[in-house]
Design a binder for this molecule. Structure first.
Ligand SMILES: NC(=O)c1ccc[n+]([C@@H]2O[C@H](COP(=O)([O-])OP(=O)(O)OC[C@H]3O[C@@H](n4cnc5c(N)ncnc54)[C@H](OP(=O)(O)O)[C@@H]3O)[C@@H](O)[C@H]2O)c1
Length: 308
């Protein structure tokens, strides 16, 4: 049988956004436990640019970026019973900047009807990372004080909402342009990081959830109460600093969230307890522009590639 092809964004060498090209590529086939999804929307994450640059070592080339998708199940691999062709799904996949992409069945959930494909495609990495960091790594409890750095970002928007859902007091840092958004997500207090040093306003925090890193991270130890925890999704926080301040350090990775996290996120989206924020939608052919915008590190919510 002739190999089936699809349109995909690919890079044949590591480098800047200019290495991304839209071209024909082989359509992947689902293996054991995998689902082939006809992609309608793909989320653009900062890590996509890092992978493109080769920051995580030598990946197989050519590569197709993209870890977030929403679309329709085209086919399922051996052993997959949870999904069937024709179902609308969203979650984490790989090579999602393409007309078709593979996902582990465990990393998908049915797309709630009240959420569009573009919206659903923006959710996966952000919501998974926030859930894993707040609840699994950090053990956030009702009544605790949570400081979220980068509260308007693609991960921060979920950290704020999930923190409130859990019953925590939530303080977020954002630039003035994103103030109203962060408040609308439920934050009790928003601090304009350009105008006010957060450490003059926050003390005795049970948790800092840091999506920003660098100097913001270094200044965060002092706002934690003894025994509190700095949960970092970026940067290189030191165990020594944690010990000096008599607090704990937690690092978040792709496996920090529980296996059924996408189902739980889907339930919250369906009930209107969680929502996404889209910064901008680009057509698949403008993946370069989308990644360049993502690389600014500023702006509210997640960038999405509209594929289909
Ligand atoms: N460990 C993991 O598993 C994991 C998972 C996902 C992401 N990450 C990493 O986490 C980082 C954030 O990811 P993301 O997707 O949330 O990025 P993003 O969507 O680009 O959001 C970044 C946010 O940070 C805000 N910001 C920038 N400087 C700030 C400061 N000094 N204080 C407070 N807020 C500031 C920006 O808001 P303004 O527009 O208001 O400046 C923007 O909303 C990236 O480095 C990413 O690679 C790690």
């Amino acid at each position: 049988m002739a190999e089936q092809t699809m349109k995909a964004i690919r890079f044949h060498e590591n480098g800047g956004a200019e290495v991304l090209v839209l071209e024909d590529a082989p359509r992947p086939a689902p293996g054991e436990g995998e689902v082939l999804v006809r992609v309608h929307a793909a989320g653009v994450n900062p890590v996509d640019s890092a992978i493109r640059r080769g920051s995580f070592g030598s990946a197989t080339l050519p590569g197709t970026p993209g870890l977030d998708l929403a679309g329709v199940v085209e086919a399922v691999g051996p052993g997959v019973t949870a999904f069937a062709p024709g179902q609308m799904v969203f979650g984490n996949g790989r090579g999602c900047y393409a007309e078709y992409a593979l996902a582990s069945a465990a990393a998908l959930a049915l797309k709630p009807a009240n959420v569009s494909f573009d919206e659903a495609g923006s959710v996966g990495v952000g919501a998974r990372t926030a859930w894993g960091g707040l609840f699994e790594v950090g053990g956030l409890q009702a009544g605790q004080r949570l400081l979220v750095h980068g509260a308007a970002g693609g991960v921060g928007i979920y950290a704020v909402q999930l923190g409130k859902w859990k019953g925590a007091e939530v303080v977020g840092t954002a630039s003035a342009a994103n103030f109203d958004l962060v408040r609308s997500l439920g934050a009790d207090t928003v601090i304009d990081y350009n105008a006010t040093r957060f450490e003059t306003m926050v003390e005795d925090a049970d948790m800092v959830f840091d999506t920003v890193g660098r100097e913001t991270q270094e200044r965060s130890w002092q706002v934690l109460k003894p025994g509190g925890i700095l949960v970092a999704i970026t940067g290189r926080p030191s165990e020594e600093m944690a010990q000096q301040h008599r607090v704990r350090l937690g690092r978040v990775g792709p496996t920090s969230a529980p296996p059924d996290v996408m189902q739980r996120i889907a339930e919250l989206l369906e009930k209107g307890l969680l929502r996404t924020v889209i910064r901008k939608v680009f057509p698949l052919s403008e993946a370069r522009e989308a990644q360049i915008l993502s690389e600014t590190g500023h702006g509210a919510g997640r960038i999405v590639l509209h594929v289909n």
